[in-house]
Write a protein that binds this ligand. Sequence first.
Ligand SMILES: *Cc1c(COP(=O)(O)O)cnc(C)c1O
Length: 456
Amino acid sequence: MARKNRTITLSDWDRTYLWHPFTQMQEWEQEQPLIIERGKGPYLIDTEGKKYLDGTSSIWVNLHGHRQPALDRAIKTQLDKIAHSTFLGLSNPPAIQLARGLIRIAPKGLRRVFYSDNGSTAVEVALKMAVQYWQQRHPEVGPKNTFLHLKLAYHGDTIGAVSVGNIELFHSRFKPLQFPTVEADPPYCYRCPLGLTYPSCRMDCLDPIERILKERHRELAGFIIEPLVQAAAGMITAPPGYLTRVRELCTRYDVLLIADEVATGFGRTGKMFACQHEGITPDLMAIGKGLTGGYMPLAATLTTEEIYKGFLGRYEDFKTFFHGHSYTGNPLGCAVALANLDVFKKEKTLARLQPRIKTMRRLLQPLWQLPHVGDIRQLGFMAAIELVQDCARRNPYPLEARIGHRVTQEARRQGLLLRPLGHIMVLMPPLSTDASTLTRMVAILHRAIATVTASP
Ligand SMILES: *Cc1c(COP(=O)(O)O)cnc(C)c1O
């Protein structure tokens, strides 16, 4: 009874004092919020002691499950020394060690780490570095002040990140605040902008990109891309070789390649970083989400020695990178991120993930039979199921139908927590999820889709 009363009190306070992200609060106020108090492995446990499977890795951040002993320990150990000291004019051991650790696992050629505290700011840092780099290193090329990006891109919610993003529902109302950019069609094979089919298309969607780079490279500081998977767009996976061609084009036209690995980094795609599937090195790389194994808000922007050198000079040259945050290089975040890299090594996370990726693919196979499943996309341990009204015509459900939301509610009743992207269901469990847990997750998702799409 005490427990029940406490839940009711918390729930009242939540609805009285809080404003949740990406949430229609009018609706939220009418519902009972699910209040998570604990976690264990792939489970989230609410204030009533009810267990749920974490089907989204707590929105794409968790890697080794909740309460991972080594990660828990790393934070406690660091806490006994210090929680935070500034990185402006000072340094700290975990931040130094982590930078070295990151450079050792990053795509070859990335040599410097700049910390921030979330994926959006890691992107902002990359954009600002790119612009300032061109000003200082190559003033002769004139102002390179804009960016090329893909349609349906998502790079975060701060204004710079929104400017290079293109998710109509999230971004359109902030148009007046955005800086002008150049957009190109993404390699969305299920809905090919050119009406072609891979591989006979020979990736013709790269032609307009080459045209843009050729005509406008003088004004383009960089091309920002989510390598291999446009995650928030609905796990749109690029065909093999696409990223390699993008790298070649950027090099040819002197446009920096900015890889936003915030979602794809840290094993999510089956390799440490998505860029490593094609052996390419971006000029700048943003990481976040999985960096701390899903424990603490920490992010970083990695770059090459060439870009770093563009910022060197005497003090009075004012080539300093004028950017920083109160919690830059936070020791608690860096300590747990360092432990995260250690877990990858000690537990052979990537090697053990490979059979699980295959299991996920096999388990998802039967979902193709469902009448409203239009497409299933998977790379590594990230998967999306695109629901359509009619498979032949591939027409999506209207937003108002809230099909993804309804499937999510049904899955929650059965003990699986998900977060859809409109009409696209996402399954993104922690990398440590074993075959039997994965089987249960997919079974619930399957039943939920079948049930909801069967009723009009
Ligand atoms: C989540 C995400 C971001 C933003 O990260 P936040 O930590 O939410 O600010 C940026 N880019 C990509 C590709 C993402 O998936």
